[in-house]
Design a protein around this ligand. Structure first.
Ligand code: AGP
Length: 608
């Protein structure tokens, strides 16, 4: 998604703005720009392409004077990537400059009205409408003007605004799209995310919806849209500055794969006390939990894949009908939800628009919502009834790994916690689950320490054009994630398929040399998946099998095998996903892909 950075202080702003935007590159973008308020003159420099273009254009910021400025990296939603569509956008006379993250859903009628009044537009973006509206309504009081403009906008926005007439302030506004304010000494900052300002300050305010901040060198005032002051508590960011850096790894993705043992440990440890799972975040009474007749899991992408794993686990252990729903589908199909439905929302960023809106739909229909979120204070976290934070730390790579794994860990904790409350698991089973869960970080570390075979296989197989991931039961759920990981960073087409379903049509695509990755960790169905492996081999497929160490006989079935340590059935995905993440990483690496910032993708899709 778009990235916003702003600076007001005593130093030249442009170099910092550029370095702050670099820290936000992971959000995905196609153009970038800066606007400096140089003593009442607004100077804009912007260009399509990567930040290097902008750096060249501005001599690394040195040619842009002024100690007040805003910067932006754009992920196009309205208007193709181009110099003119890049932010910041100026009003017609150049009196105001705006950067924006989000979508103005009613920008077209607003634009038409302004054009009818003779106002000339330069771009075909929704954002320019904001700048033009500010100028149109401006009567001399910028705050009043901003409030008036906001009342006309429908949609989501994080805004940074500069005004020629107010050379010593930046205005920041938030509605749905995240925006933070960094608090320094005689300097202050705005940013879409923490990494952009962490080199300057650890003290931040998180703007809430419909809050307007006036940022000056020596102070920040926050107001609501009634122009009433809002008292903010600052938050101190504890992240190690390198937590948001690569830490010596070539890619954030590899760093985050390697961080998984610690991320899972950090996520489960605070919630296991004296041999019991403690989920104080859940406000439900045992009686309320017993009253649920259905569980709906809402999410997108990899988070949805966690939901599919959770479906198998919850139905197996809790014996409650459970649906994993694509958030973007759920909200438009008049879903059957009531107060006897428990809704579990899963989101790394906590800002995914589809997921957020689906959650609101479930709440409107009376459902209690528990969210599993990685980004503290994010919209989904704030708007759910209960939030269980994954403690994975910042996940920078677009392709999620440690967030996926820590989300799975929270699902296991919930299954044990609810299973016990509902009387569905014995004490022995409870303790077995817990001891297996506590061993997961070490077992993952064992897999990571012995991943040469995966790297070798990737070097042999990265030329594949089409890849099929097949599995049954919880292996099918995992195949969804294995397939997405591969295609989103290596751009190789792949499909996840329920192994038993292949013969009902798609097997027609299997031909000599087709790569089929067969997930065979689920104990009960090993015989069935072996049949499916032979089925595709009979049509020429090359089968790479992933199984637990207990089944060495599979070496005689598949062309190649990857083994993982055994664990209880429900936790197998936590181990089996590691080789799949590594396989995707090494294949993409062999292909020279932009692993941390794959084409067309964004880390958090805050638009529908
Ligand atoms: C996964 O690698 C992708 N980055 C994407 O599918 C992601 O999982 C999806 O957009 C959901 O994001 P969220 O978890 O932040 O809601």
């Amino acid at each position: 998604m778009c990235g916003i950075v702003g600076y007001i202080g005593e130093e030249q702003a442009a170099p910092f703005l550029l370095s702050g935007l670099e820290k936000l590159e992971y959000r995905g973008y196609d153009s970038a720009g800066l606007c400096l308020n140089d003593g009442g003159t607004l100077v804009v420099k912007k260009s399509k392409g990567k930040l290097t273009e902008l750096k060249t254009l501005t001599h690394n910021g040195s040619s842009l004077h002024g100690t007040v400025g805003i910067g932006h990296t754009r992920w196009a939603t309205h208007g193709e990537p181009s110099d003119v569509n890049a932010h910041p956008h100026l009003s017609e006379s150049g009196r105001f400059a705006v950067v924006h993250n989000g979508i103005i859903e009613n920008y077209l009628p607003l634009k038409e009205k302004l054009m009818d009044k003779g106002i000339t537009f330069r771009s075909n973006t929704d954002t320019e409408v904001i700048a033009q509206l500010i100028e149109y309504y401006y009567q001399g009081d910028l705050m009043d003007t901003i409030i008036k403009v906001l009342s006309r906008l429908d949609g989501s926005y994080a805004l940074g605004v500069l005004s020629k007439d107010n050379p010593d302030e930046i205005i920041a506004v938030r509605k749905e799209s995240p925006l933070i304010i960094g608090l320094g000494e005689h300097e202050n900052f705005i940013a879409s995310d923490i990494p952009a300002i962490l080199s300057k300050t650890r003290k931040i305010y998180r703007l809430e919806n419909d809050e307007i901040a006036v940022i000056k060198r020596d102070g920040v005032s926050v107001f609501n849209t009634d122009k009433e002051p809002v008292q903010k508590e600052y938050e101190t960011i504890e992240w190690d500055i390198h937590a948001a850096e690569k830490g010596g790894y070539e890619h954030f993705m590899f760093k985050e794969i390697m961080e998984q043992p610690k991320a899972i440990h950090d996520t489960i440890s605070p919630r296991i006390k004296d041999g019991r799972v403690v989920l104080n975040e859940i406000s439900l009474t045992a009686e309320q939990i017993r009253s649920f007749r259905k569980i709906n899991i809402l999410a997108c992408g990899s988070a949805y894949h966690v939901g599919v794993v959770a479906k198998y686990i919850f139905e197996k252990i809790l014996r409650i009908p459970t649906e994993a729903d694509l958030a973007s589908e759920f909200r438009y199909r008049d879903p059957i939800v009531d107060d006897k439905t428990l809704t579990v929302v899963i989101s790394q960023s906590g800002e995914t628009a589809d997921t957020k809106e689906a959650m609101k739909e479930a709440k409107r229909r009376g459902s209690h919502v528990i969210s599993i979120v990685n980004v503290l204070g994010s919209a989904i976290a704030k708007e759910s009834d209960d939030v269980i934070y994954t403690l994975a730390g910042p996940e920078i790579a677009v392709a999620t790994t440690k967030a996926y794994s820590t989300q799975l860990a929270v699902i296991y904790l919930m299954a044990i916690y609810f299973g016990d409350l509902l009387g569905k698991i014995t004490d022995t089973e409870y303790q077995n689950y817990l001891s297996e869960l506590l061993m997961i970080p070490d077992k993952i570390q064992q897999i990571l320490d012995n991943s040469e075979n995966v790297q070798y296989l990737a070097s042999q197989l990265f030329h594949a054009d089409d890849v099929f991931f097949i599995g049954r039961n919880i292996d099918y759920a995992l195949s969804l994630e294995g397939s997405l990981k591969l295609k989103e960073i290596s751009y190789i087409h792949s499909e996840a398929y329920a192994a038993g379903e292949l013969k009902h049509g798609t097997i027609s695509l299997i031909e000599k040399g087709t790569l089929v990755i067969a997930l065979a960790t689920h104990e009960e169905l090993i015989g069935k998946i072996v049949s499916n492996m032979k089925e595709v081999q009979a049509r020429g497929a090359y089968v790479l099998c992933l199984a637990t160490e207990r089944h060495q006989e599979l070496k005689d079935v598949a062309q190649n095998t990857i083994f993982i340590p055994p664990t209880c059935d429900m936790m197998l995905p936590s181990l089996a996903v590691i080789p799949l993440q590594l396989f995707a990483y090494y294949v993409a690496s062999q292909k020279g892909c932009d692993i941390d910032k794959p084409r067309n993708l964004a880390k958090s899709v805050t638009v529908e």
